[in-house]
Design a protein around this ligand. Structure first.
Ligand SMILES: *Cc1c(COP(=O)(O)O)cnc(C)c1O
Length: 376
């Protein structure tokens, strides 16, 4: 069972990428150097020529994006109540206040109508997530931002390679952040990227990721603010270059496997399946809602039963506003019913490029069988 255990995510690294890592290790240049520059250029090329700066994580990129926008104490930032907690943590870390908004049950994306109602005179930015790689409606998002003079920071951690009506996520918009964590659609082991347009903002992002250091034409060092230390290594960038080369292929495989799930998963009582989107969906996650009110098992027991059949299942995510740190801001149960329901009922089934279509079938059979055997 352990041998053919199917995790919910697994990165694919080809031998060319591994060889490039070994070559980097032998090159004598391990920290940020030529390969980081090459990765930033390659990502820029992939994203229509926009400026790209890499970071040690998407979390770092998001935090720096907020700082680049000048967001801090006294400011509010609109965030979805359903996301990975990093989406809200970064707002607190710069001293601003996250203002949660509910998400749509089918798309899991920010409800833009409710987002507009949440705008106040203190709102400075909106920080939506392209959940699971399903792009948010960019036209409505940017129209809303324009009406209220807000910056937009897209948390595109799930969405490298996704596109909205033919426009690649990151190739348009304001500030866009990607994650290259091993579970994401491409990896640098740990890493992330910030995409933007303004060279002055890019220079500020560079300072914030490396000690606040500026260098003049003679190479003399000056420091005008205390930056952090978020620069990617060349070893990580070598992984990223190999991954970016295969990204379109990876995402095609993800779409094919997600479509198979959508075709095969008809349970009674029914799962609430994710919105199928179109070919612009990057399918970072395949997450469905369990019909728990009609089962005599808990989600924990469902996950355990899948595990016993050799199948890994994840939870993406608990609703953020119910964590203790966010309850301390005054949030409570009942505030965001969709995010809370997703947080209670969601499970993530295995989805990664190296799994086969018969792996998908095996997962579907197991999930449907567990539901059939445990209906009320
Ligand atoms: C993974 C993830 C992040 C954080 O990415 P890291 O690169 O691990 O910092 C942020 N937001 C969302 C929605 C994520 O899934």
């Amino acid at each position: 069972m352990v041998d053919d255990y199917l995790p919910f995510a697994r990165p694919s690294l080809d031998s060319e990428t591994i060889a490039a890592v070994v070559e980097t290790l032998r090159s004598g240049w391990l920290a940020s150097g030529p390969r980081v520059q090459a990765l930033e250029q390659a990502l820029s090329g992939y994203l229509g020529g926009r400026i790209v700066r890499t970071f040690t994580s998407a979390t770092a990129a998001l935090e720096v994006a907020l700082q680049v926008c000048g967001i801090g104490p006294g400011d509010e930032v609109i965030v979805p109540a359903m996301s990975f907690v990093a989406t809200a943590n970064v707002v607190l870390r710069v001293g601003a206040r996250p203002v949660f908004v509910d998400v749509d049950l089918a798309t899991r994306n920010l409800d833009l109508g409710q987002a507009e109602s949440a705008v106040t005179s203190r709102t400075r930015a909106i920080l939506p997530v392209h959940f699971a790689g399903l792009p948010l409606d960019l036209d409505r998002l940017y129209a809303l931002a324009q009406r209220h003079g807000l910056r937009v920071i897209e948390d595109a951690a799930h969405a490298i390679g996704a596109s909205w009506h033919g426009r690649r996520i990151g190739s348009v918009g304001d500030l866009v952040c990607f994650s290259f964590h091993p579970n994401k659609n491409m990896t640098t082991i740990e890493g992330g990227a910030l995409v933007l347009d303004d060279p002055d903002e890019a220079a500020r992002a560079e300072r914030l990721r490396f000690h606040g250091i500026d260098r003049d034409a003679q190479g003399e060092m000056e420091v005008v603010e205390a930056g952090g230390k978020f620069n990617l290594s060349d070893v990580a960038a070598a992984v990223g270059l190999g991954q970016l080369r295969q990204l379109e292929h990876f995402n095609r495989l993800r779409r094919e496997r997600a479509r198979r799930y959508l075709e095969k998963l008809h349970s009674d009582p029914p799962f609430l399946l994710p919105d199928r989107g179109d070919d612009g969906h990057s399918w970072h996650l395949f997450a469905l809602l369990l019909p728990l009110e009609r089962l005599r098992i808990t989600r924990r027991q469902f996950i355990q039963a899948m595990h016993e059949r050799g199948i890994g299942v994840g939870i993406h995510y608990p609703a953020i506003h119910l964590f203790r740190r966010y309850r301390a801001l005054g949030y409570a149960e009942g505030d965001f019913p969709n995010a809370e329901r997703i947080g209670r009922e969601t499970v993530t089934l295995p989805l990664f490029p190296a799994m086969t279509l018969s792996d998908v079938d095996r997962v579907c059979e197991a999930a449907v069988q567990i539901v059939q055997e445990n209906r009320l």
